[in-house]
Design a protein around this ligand. Structure first.
Ligand SMILES: O=C(O)C(=O)Cc1ccccc1
Length: 307
């Protein structure tokens, strides 16, 4: 049975997402304490794949995932899922709000309940944990008084009780998770796919605008752009792009070859079905037929049959 890592310990949102991402096959889910460790387990072939959080509708990208995807041997995403996110505040039994001197969670969870904490636990010291379930574990061990955790954490930490349930500063918050593998297996195009890449553009006037134009000229719909320092030099950035389409699509392949010519580094981070299965709207000039027609036309010109 394949082993699949997830950001653990058990009871995280990422565990729920990883279960959804592996629902179609038998898998043994194994917790990793951090995102870099989960990705390292994939690279070292200790596990087949890892489920990791990618971005949140309130707090944005999970930097540890972006950085971990490009630091080391190549990895590619093969699937995504989106979970609605609401939190419980878990305490040791009998703890009242007045007795909460410290509250702990993953930074992304804390960011999503900042107003709630300011209102209901204004005097609590805020501590960070490597995941929401690690936070629950810290409360159980007596190292903090309250954890902001996933509702499912209650099942894993039955000694804790909920001081508050279903809290979130912004209703309908969502987090997108990826299933990441070593390269080799490319998911088949479905007609509603997403492609992720990371590029380092040359340090030149207009470099980012030119990178974007490689996409826009081919009618490619960008769904996310993120920048992270390359960590090599102050002021040098790596740009992460998500866009509609599969690397097997002509317009995506064409854009990637353009980017490869233009950029110092291009990392392909995967083509995989979009969780909402929404097909892209492709302009006529960017359709498969248009690319095929223009390639055939060029072949005719080169063969001297057309002028
Ligand atoms: O998966 C978890 O439980 C995490 O700690 C990461 C996280 C934090 C907040 C929202 C979604 C995922």
């Amino acid at each position: 049975m394949p082993r699949i890592a997830f950001l653990g310990p058990p009871g995280t949102f990422t565990e729920q997402a990883t279960r959804a991402l592996t629902a179609d096959f038998d898998a043994e889910l194994v917790p990793s304490d951090t995102v870099p460790l989960a990705l390292e387990a994939v690279r070292s072939e200790d596990v087949l794949a890892a489920g990791v959080p990618m971005e949140n509708s309130v707090e944005g990208a999970v930097s540890a995932t972006l950085d971990g995807l490009v630091a080391g041997e190549p990895l590619t995403a093969v699937a995504e899922t989106v979970l609605p996110i609401r939190f419980h505040v878990l305490v040791r039994p009998g703890t009242s709000s007045e007795q909460v001197g410290s509250v702990i969670s993953h930074p992304h969870a804390l960011a999503q309940v900042r107003s709630w904490l300011g209102r209901y636990l204004p005097r609590a010291e805020v501590l960070t944990a490597s995941s929401t379930a690690a936070a629950a574990s810290a409360v159980q061990a007596g190292n903090a008084d309250a954890a902001v955790a996933a509702p499912v954490a209650v099942d894993h930490y039955p000694d804790l009780e909920a001081l508050a349930t279903d809290i979130a500063d912004v209703g309908d918050a969502q987090t997108r998770f990826l299933l990441v593998r070593r390269p080799g297996v490319l998911p088949q195009p479905t007609g509603a796919d997403r492609t992720s890449i990371a590029v380092v553009a040359h340090d030149e006037v207009g470099a980012l605008a030119e990178v974007l134009s490689e996409l826009s000229l081919r009618g490619i719909n960008l769904s996310r752009i993120e920048s992270r320092p390359t960590k090599d030099r102050l002021g040098e950035y790596r740009f992460f792009f998500d866009f509609d389409g599969h690397v097997a699509d002509a317009r995506i392949g064409d854009a990637l070859t353009g980017l490869r010519r233009r950029c110092g580094e291009v990392r392909f981070l995967g083509s995989y079905p979009k969780s909402d299965r929404s097909p892209p709207s492709v302009r006529p000039m960017a359709s498969e037929q248009a690319f095929q027609m223009s390639t055939e036309w060029l072949a005719e010109v080169r063969a001297g049959r057309l002028a």
